[in-house]
Design a protein around this ligand. Sequence first.
Ligand SMILES: [Cu+2]
Length: 274
Amino acid sequence: MITAKKAIAAGMAGASLLWATQALAVPHDWGTDFQAAASPVMANIEEFHRLLLYIIVAISLFVLVLLLWVAVRYNQRANPTPSKTHHNTLLEVAWTFLPVLILGIIAVPSFRLLYFEAVIPQPDVTIKAIGKQWSWSYEYPGAKFTFDSLPLKDADAAKAGEPRLLGVDNAVVVPVNKVIEVETTGADVIHSWALPEMGVKMDAVPGRINHTWFKADRMGTFYGECSELCGANHDFMPIEVKVVSAADFAAWVASAKKKFASLDQGATTQLASR
Ligand SMILES: [Cu+2]
C-alpha cells in the first residue's frame, strides 16, 4: 500500500522530472511554477520568491490557528460569560513590532535584489529592442545592423518547429555566459520587453531608453512576449532569443551584417552616422 508520504514524494519527483524535461518556455501541463531560471537575476528572483513564500505560509497558518482557537474556545456555548478584558500592553507592542521585524527581514534581500537588477555590469554585447505596434525591431549598435522580428503565422511556426504565437522570423541571437545589455524604447506607444527565464521585464517607452541586462547561463532558445498592453495586437508580438556559443555568435553577426544591411539600408545609414 502506498502511504500518503510516498505518494507525495513520487508526485514531486514526477513533477520535477516533468519540469526538467519541459524547461522550454512554453505552456505545458502542471506548469505552475516559474520557468527554469537561466540567468543570475532570475535565480535570485526565485530565491527571494521562495523566502517570501515561507513567510507568507507561516503567517497564514498562524492566523488560521488563532482563528480556529477563538472559534472553538470562545464561542457562546463554550464560554457563556465573556471576559471584559481590554488592552494588553505586551500583546499590543508585540503585534506592532513583530510585523515591523518581518518587513525588515524582507527589506534586506529585496533591496539587494533590486540593486543587483539595476546595476548593469560591464556589457559584452548591447542590443536595442524597439517596440512597435505590433512587433519588435532590434539594433546591434556594436555591429551596426538592425532588423525586424515578426511573429510567425501558425502554419509557418508548425513548419519551423516553433511554438505557436512565440516563434519569430528573425530571432535575437546572443552569446552564452556574456553580459547582454538590453536597451528598450518604443516607436509609438509603451511596450515592455520581457523574457521570463532571464528575469527581464523592461518597459519600452517612446522618447526614452531604458536599460536592463541578463547573462544566460545555458544555450538554447528562450521566448517572451510584450508585457505592456499596447493595443489590439499586443498579444501577437513575441520575443525569441537564441543563446549560442561565442563562435556561433560571431558567425551569426557576420552573416546578419550582410543579410540585414541589404534589407534595411535606411536604418543602417542612420546608425552609421551617429
Ligand atoms: Cu507591445
